[in-house]
Design a protein around this ligand. Structure first.
Ligand code: ZN
Length: 93
């Protein structure tokens, strides 16, 4: 999905439509010690019963989230661009 480098969007702090710089949101790291992950790893240990592994999933695409930075007040906001897509966000001039 392509999007221009600067777009006009609403800024709630300026209370008006201003130019925003577009940047792709960086992916966060998965928490390895989260409760669900610990439980899953515990289930994978040992034998007996079915082993829970990766279930093949039909990929549906994700909603692309971009970070918009207001050029007047420098505040940031998140915005989903379009609906679900399998393509990555491309910021173009
Ligand atoms: Zn603003």
């Amino acid at each position: 999905m392509k999007i221009p480098l600067e777009i006009k969007a609403y800024c709630k702090y300026c209370n008006s439509y201003t130019m925003h710089k577009v940047k792709q949101q960086s992916k966060g790291k998965p928490r390895t010690l989260a409760k669900g992950n610990r439980k899953h790893n515990e289930k994978l240990k040992g034998h007996g019963g079915k082993r829970a592994g990766k279930v093949p999933v039909k990929k549906q695409g994700k909603r692309v989230v971009a970070v918009l930075t207001c050029e007047q007040c420098k505040k940031k906001q998140q915005k989903t661009i379009g609906s679900r897509t399998r393509k990555r966000l491309e910021v173009k001039k």
